[in-house]
Design a protein around this ligand. Structure first.
Ligand SMILES: NC(=O)c1ccc[n+]([C@@H]2O[C@H](COP(=O)([O-])OP(=O)(O)OC[C@H]3O[C@@H](n4cnc5c(N)ncnc54)[C@H](O)[C@@H]3O)[C@@H](O)[C@H]2O)c1
Ligand SMILES: O=C[C@H](O)CS(=O)(=O)O
Length: 486
């Protein structure tokens, strides 16, 4: 692995109650570089017993942590934020080695991830209650907010830092403590965050990282009555299982799940702007983001012009390769099965009559690389219409009128991100209100930021992360009724 400036940021251990530990069993998970197949390192494979110890540590740390003032918690979150930015290059290099995204994009994620710590540090001091005029003159009604308690978090590989701080920043700001299980593909981004949290002075037991057996760790988290909140980011299939498991102890739950984002281009759109937005919304992280466009819906009168412009942009702007190499902006997919899924979607589309305009095959570099691909005249009969591709495949579907575009866009079990381009103000309001999604990008392909409530409807999940809404997910409302007597 390319040398880190500070080698200590490579932490091949779990982090429980302020200690760096191995698995009780001594088992390890081998982590490999998706670009080269070379080993990145080994991380302990923790199970139920270790997770129960982490829950106990988080529970023990809770009283003192929630007793700090919001300002005191905010100050510690800001120190953590500053340390992330100070070590941006090393954190990014770690991420590129274990996840594959190009270093520049990884640096962008570190800045984005740190922004959640700053955002929630600021929001911590704005957890307001309220008083309500009582019907009874001798009574007073007061509404307060209190931290939920111990939180269990499970996060995905595609944004291995931001998906953790988007949860931990809010949880810690609210006065909660947390046990995080990172994805087994990307544990070192998580343990590096733990090292910096420790250096920032976040007390032992407040932030714990337990890499290992997903099902065993999830069972320990969902079967513990001390865990009052489960927060998950990942596939809808796993989210569904966790929601059922969380029912046992009526744990609060936040689910950030899969997507199938439409990107609608109306004939009145600025096509050059639409193509620029399309490149951002489709090819970030090689198409491996939950908000990546999965379906381009383009009005028939402009579909040829749009496809020509998009093909030119893809050919001239996208460079596939190892994310540590200069100029590369499309790294490898996370693994062989990801390459297989994209190949299947392309072949299925062509078999059902789609026109292949660009790419359409794994990249000549081999391994987990896939050539950015453009297909047109896609239809509802194709897998790409209903399944999340999670790769660099741009599938363009024609439509004739606004009503049809909205029907096509909403014809999915998902409802996370959506995008459309139009310069007609009335159409902007009609379409924005008709789309069944948690987020709508209008004349933009980039919508993710800490100040906004990120999340979806339908099979894309429950709850929001970021914004002031993101903090509410870690707070309980308590109503005080005070009788003043006669
Ligand atoms: N909505 C969002 O904010 C968002 C963000 C990133 C990724 N995603 C979605 O996540 C998916 C890709 O990420 P992924 O492949 O890591 O998803 P995944 O569901 O396979 O894994 C996510 C996490 O869940 C764990 N996990 C796997 N099986 C589990 C089980 N049975 N019980 C408990 N935990 C289990 C994994 O180890 C990992 O830590 C895509 O569908 C993508 O859309 C959504
Ligand atoms: O994969 C989806 C993540 O939420 C990434 S981002 O928040 O859209 O950058």
């Amino acid at each position: 692995m390319e040398a880190l400036r500070e080698t200590q940021l490579y932490c091949p251990f779990a982090y429980i109650d302020g200690s760096w530990v191995a698995a009780d069993s001594g088992e390890q998970i081998n982590v490999t570089n998706p670009a080269t197949g070379e080993p990145v390192g080994d991380i302990p494979r923790l199970g139920r017993a270790e997770t129960e110890r982490a829950i106990e540590a988080a529970d023990a740390a809770l009283p003192a942590w929630r007793a700090l003032t919001a300002q005191e918690r905010a100050d510690l979150l800001l120190k953590w934020h500053d340390l992330m930015l100070e070590h941006k290059q090393d954190l990014a290099l770690l991420m590129t080695h274990e996840q594959g995204k190009p270093v520049k994009e990884a640096e962008g994620e570190i800045v984005y991830a740190a922004s959640f710590l700053r955002w929630f540090a600021e929001e911590a001091r704005r957890v307001y209650g309220e008083t309500i005029p009582a019907a009874n003159a001798n009574q007073r009604i007061v509404v307060t907010k209190q931290p939920v308690g111990v939180v269990g978090a499970i996060t995905p590989w595609n944004f291995p830092a931001a998906m953790i701080t988007r949860k931990a920043g809010a949880a810690l700001a609210a006065g909660c403590t947390i046990v995080v299980k990172p994805a087994s593909q990307t544990p070192f981004s998580a343990t590096a965050l733990a090292l910096l949290a420790e250096r920032a002075g976040i007390p032992r037991g407040v932030f714990n990282v337990v890499p290992g057996s997903a099902s065993d760790i999830a069972k320990a988290l969902t079967e513990s009555p001390k865990v009052r909140k489960i927060t998950f980011t990942g596939s809808t299939e796993v989210g569904r299982k966790l929601m059922a498991q969380a029912a046992e102890h009526i744990q609060k739950i936040s689910l950030e799940l899969g997507g199938n984002a439409p990107f609608i281009v109306f004939e009145d759109a600025d096509l050059d702007a639409a193509v620029e937005g399309a490149m951002a919304a489709k090819f970030r992280n090689a198409g491996q983001t939950c908000v990546c466009t999965n379906r381009f819906l383009v009005q028939s009168s402009v579909i040829n012009a749009f496809c020509e412009k998009l093909a030119v942009a893809m050919n001239s702007e996208l460079k596939v390769g190892d994310g540590t190499k200069p100029g590369v902006n499309i790294g490898p997919l996370i693994d062989e099965s990801a390459v297989k899924k994209v190949s299947e979607h392309v072949q299925d589309a062509v078999d059902h009559g789609a026109e292949l305009l660009l790419g359409g095959h794994p990249h000549p570099l081999g391994g987990n690389y896939f050539t950015p691909t453009l297909i047109s005249f896609a239809t509802d009969a194709m897998k790409v219409a209903h399944e999340e591709t999670f790769g660099p495949l741009a599938a363009v579907f024609p439509f004739d009128d606004e009503e049809t575009a909205i029907e096509m866009a909403n014809d999915t079990q998902y409802g996370l991100a959506s995008y459309f381009y139009s310069r007609d103000l009335a159409r902007v309001w009609r379409v924005a209100e008709a789309l069944e999604y948690g987020m709508v990008g209008i004349n933009t392909g980039l919508i993710s930021n800490a100040a906004a409530p990120f999340g979806g409807v339908k099979a894309s999940g429950l709850g929001r992360e970021g914004g002031h809404q993101g903090l509410e997910e870690y707070l309980e409302t308590k109503y005080l009724c005070i009788d003043l007597g006669k």
